[in-house]
Design a protein around this ligand. Structure first.
Ligand code: HEM
Length: 413
């Protein structure tokens, strides 16, 4: 059944995938002249896919499940048993709707306002200093995430939460001591989140907050989520908001490294800042790929996939696919100007339908916050001191040598 999809030579690709990282799948596709190939990962047979057609097929509603499709080390840090990622069909729709309901226009606007306030408060202390931008952003985004959920940062240990939440996504691709440390930090964060959920339930409030919506959400069976699951979903909101901060680091990297390619318009020009944000999401590495297991058999380009088959869709490679993107490796924000729908080939946060599938419900929020961050960065007077700006290909996601240092000029009196 695999005639039309080439097999990669060699027994197993785990080592090559981990060492080559983001470019592994594309490089093999280019060598084989095929947008798909078969190999083994952790000794299990797998098919890698990239490109627009692959996205369309992978995100056909009802076709795939995320269960048993991610490395077992990643699941406890980024998902968790009983969380929205592990659900399918009607149970998934009901839970997913809760996330989508959080993303209405007013809430997105509020998130952007809260973030701008937190940025400005932090930026006052940057004048005339050289700062670790990544570190600064973790603090800003933790405070933003807490406030957006209706949790008052002054009542909580923000520094500990920042460390826990940022380590969860930064260490999800690691093994060994760094990974074990992240599991320990996650357990500590879960204890904190559990007390928040139970206090909210006991006090019946504060009504309308993100935290309350989550605490009182009812699932398909009409009952509230267990405390365990509610904790996972709260972390499924807080952690990725802090992760959006990593895109701010990439935005600063882009504004510096690609300054010649940035359109010369007013610093606060909204469409331009938005287009820069989109190009950062397209070009910079975050989730390399997403795994799924087949639930319903289907044919694709002459090959048949059976229930249980393991597929891995190349998100990074699709964002860089020369069949989709002209001058794919170049930073060209203008390509996104004047567009009102997201192209199928732009999948840093997944593809397909939000409700019918596992596409990231935080995509609008990410764009809102990232657009504002680009605007704030363009208004700030800063330079990049001599340092290694290389983003490693096999760190998921990478950070330039310990965090991107920037020198902020003193404000003119
Ligand atoms: C799912 C990426 C921000 C909440 C996902 C997926 C990806 C992703 C690749 C999996 C898609 C799939 O399985 O097909 C990102 C990136 C972000 C980001 C790169 C920014 C750095 C956010 C934000 C939130 C969020 C801000 C919420 C506030 C979620 C949830 C899911 C998800 C709950 C699971 C959805 C489901 O299973 O139906 N995200 N995300 N993410 N994301 Fe995000």
């Amino acid at each position: 059944n695999s005639q039309s999809i080439p097999h990669l030579s060699g027994i197993d690709s785990t080592r090559a995938f981990l060492s080559e990282g983001y470019s592994f799948i594309s490089r093999r596709c280019d060598q084989l002249g095929s947008d798909a190939f078969r190999t083994r990962l952790m000794l299990r047979p797998v098919t890698f896919l990239r490109g627009r057609d692959a996205v369309r097929s992978f995100y056909e509603p009802g076709r795939m499940t995320r269960r048993g499709a991610m490395p077992p080390t990643v699941v406890p840090l980024l998902q968790g048993k009983g969380s929205v990622q592990s659900l399918d069909d009607e149970a998934h729709h009901i839970r997913k709707q809760m996330f989508l309901d959080l993303m209405d226009r007013d809430r997105l606007r509020a998130a952007r306002r809260i973030f701008a306030e937190e940025w400005q408060a932090a930026a006052r202390s940057w004048q005339g200093c050289e700062i670790d931008f990544s570190d600064a952003v973790d603090g800003i985004m933790t405070r933003t995430a807490l406030r957006w959920c209706g949790i008052d940062p002054s009542q909580h240990d923000v520094a500990s939460r920042a460390r826990e939440l940022s380590t969860m996504f930064a260490a999800a691709g690691t093994l060994g001591p760094a990974y074990l440390q992240a599991r320990w930090l996650r357990a500590r964060c879960e204890r904190w989140a559990r007390s928040l959920i139970s206090q909210t339930r006991e006090a019946d409030g504060p009504a309308g907050s993100t935290l309350a919506k989550l605490a009182f959400h009812t699932d398909l069976d009409g009952s509230r989520m267990s405390e365990d699951v509610a904790v996972k979903e709260l972390l499924n909101i807080l952690r990725p908001i802090v992760a959006v901060g990593r895109y701010f680091v990439f935005a600063a990297h882009a504004l510096h490294s690609h300054r010649a390619a940035i359109p010369a318009v007013a610093e606060d020009d909204e469409p331009t800042c938005r287009a820069i944000a989109e190009e950062v999401r397209r070009l910079y590495p975050f989730f390399p790929a997403i795994g799924g297991r087949v639930r319903e058999a289907f044919d694709w380009h002459g090959a048949r996939f059976e229930p249980g088959d393991w597929l891995v869709l190349d998100l990074y490679g699709t964002n860089h696919d020369p069949d989709i993107w002209e001058d794919a490796e170049r930073f060209r924000a203008e390509r996104h100007l004047g567009r009102d729908i997201q192209p199928e080939g732009l999948v840093p946060q997944g593809g397909g339908d939000y409700l019918q599938n596992h596409r990231c419900p935080g995509e609008w929020l990410t764009m809102e916050l990232l657009t504002e961050a680009v605007m704030q960065l363009r208004k700030l007077d800063w330079t990049v001191p001599e340092q290694d700006l290389t983003l490693s290909d096999n760190q998921f996601p990478p950070l330039p040598g310990g965090g991107l240092r920037i020198a902020v000029q003193p404000e003119n009196p």
